[in-house]
Design a binder for this molecule. Structure first.
Ligand code: FA5
Ligand code: MG
Length: 417
């Protein structure tokens, strides 16, 4: 009986067998039902609606289970077998056949297969990562896509839309640093008409420049003297070519907003869509919401404290007033790792997250030492504990820290120094 319980994970009411790939933790599983992006008045929900309002004639989808097969997350999108994103160090697996999606692109084939030609899909995505104010293992993306017929009427549709979108930008307070739609290093696909592919890439850029103007214009006080600055950068994704990333200059920094490109024909072929060409983008909600609402720490999105939640209303972008910053407490942990250990930094962070939850604000590696004689490796991490809602007592932090140490010993066989 206990054997059965140990070997299964229950996620969103379904039970799954575990295997050597299983690395999803209870802390992560407990967040899967929360659906912040459709929680009324939540800043992520307001931002989702703002983006949707820029694509009024698109189909909008915003719920679906994060459980997908690795095939759907990677293979359907032409990810090579040795792509680092597939590694258990980077992604959360329920078992070898089921994982938590790492991006909303996992639903591209499904949406195209349904016959959708212009759509937005918003969802929670999961990646194993470091711990600090701008990284959280769960975040939210909006995927957008549009496809056109590869005939004369499709071409007319793109041309007309490009003209419409260009004229909207002509008088807007925006400076765009552009790059060529197609180049040697960012090539047209061999089965695409280069002229059509360029028009589609242009449509993608125009459409997103208008979106960013709407989103940042809503809060930033964009004026003639203070125009929005957007820059396009060549990128690589296995499922688009040419591919682009977009950054926006905001509060003195370039902020990475999204990835995008002309959809690989293989994706449309897999979806059974014929004689179409189009674009797709995937945009992260948290980083935009943090600057729009002045939210200083990514953990706050998960806060259930009414001092956070009561500050927001659906549809309204306002500046968050921090209610107080409680003191930090630092605890260091030094340990020897076993000789043949494959323990990864993300493994350490998951132990901390699973034990301390959102009390862990920041984790930094402060020392890495290899003993010259024994060749043993020792690591030292500094954990910053701080609650966003209350003061923590020393006893409470010590208790959490002791649990972190004992889990490290149990899971990875480390020797605490
Ligand atoms: C992707 O996820 C691609 N699926 C995007 C895409 C879609 C490309 C369609 C082409 C066509 P990337 O890993 O760069 O790409 O993430 C996209 C955006 O998600 C980033 O620009 C960023 O805004 C956001 N993002 C990525 N990682 C994090 C993170 N750890 N925390 C918060 N936001 C993140
Ligand atoms: Mg990126």
């Amino acid at each position: 009986m206990s054997q059965l319980v140990l070997c299964r994970r229950r996620i969103l009411g379904q039970r799954f067998p575990t295997d050597d790939f299983t690395n999803v933790t209870p802390a992560i599983i407990s967040k899967t039902p929360l659906q912040l992006h459709i929680t009324p008045s939540h800043p992520l929900s307001t931002l989702r609606e703002l983006i949707e309002s820029a694509y009024k004639d698109f189909t909008h989808v915003s719920t679906s289970s994060p459980l997908v097969s690795p095939y759907k997350n990677f293979d359907e999108l032409s990810f090579p077998l040795d792509h680092p994103g597939r590694a258990t160090t980077d992604s959360y697996y329920v078992n070898r056949d089921m994982m938590l999606r790492t991006h909303t692109s996992a639903h591209e084939v499904e949406m195209f297969r349904k016959g959708e030609t212009r759509w937005l899909l918003t969802a929670d995505v999961y990646r194993r990562d470091e711990i600090d104010a701008s990284h959280y293992p769960i975040f939210h993306q909006v995927e957008g896509a549009r496809i056109f017929d590869t005939n004369a009427s499709g071409m007319t549709e793109v041309l007309e839309d490009n003209e419409r979108l260009s004229s909207l930008l002509a008088s807007a307070n925006i400076i765009i640093e552009d790059i060529p739609h197609i180049s040697d290093t960012n090539p047209v696909q061999h089965n695409h008409d280069p002229v059509f592919s360029e028009l589609v890439a242009k449509n993608l850029k125009l459409s997103l420049n208008n979106l960013l103007l709407k989103v940042f214009g809503a809060a930033a006080g964009i004026t003639k003297q203070n125009p929005l600055r957007v820059r396009w950068i060549e990128a690589y994704f296995p499922f688009t070519s040419p591919s682009f990333e977009v950054e926006v200059f905001f509060q003195g920094k370039w902020l990475e907003i999204l990835g995008s490109g002309v959809v690989r024909q293989a994706t449309l072929d897999t979806a059974g869509v014929e004689n179409k060409i189009g674009w797709a983008f995937g945009l992260g909600l948290e980083r935009i919401a943090m600057v729009l609402f002045s939210i200083p720490d990514i953990r706050l999105f998960w806060s259930t404290d009414s001092r956070f939640l009561s500050q927001f209303q659906q549809g309204k972008i306002n500046v968050f007033q921090p209610y107080s910053k409680y003191p930090s407490s630092y605890r260091d942990v030094s340990f020897w790792i076993p000789q043949d250990s494959k323990m990864h930094e993300n493994d350490f962070c998951d132990v901390v997250r699973d034990t301390a939850g959102d009390l862990a604000e920041d984790v930094k590696r402060i020392d890495h030492f290899c003993h010259p004689k024994t060749r043993r490796t020792s690591l030292c991490y500094r954990i910053n504990y701080r609650s966003m809602d209350r003061s923590l007592s020393n006893a409470e932090i010590n208790h959490v820290q002791d649990q972190v140490l004992s889990r490290l010993k149990d899971k990875f066989g480390v020797e605490i120094r």
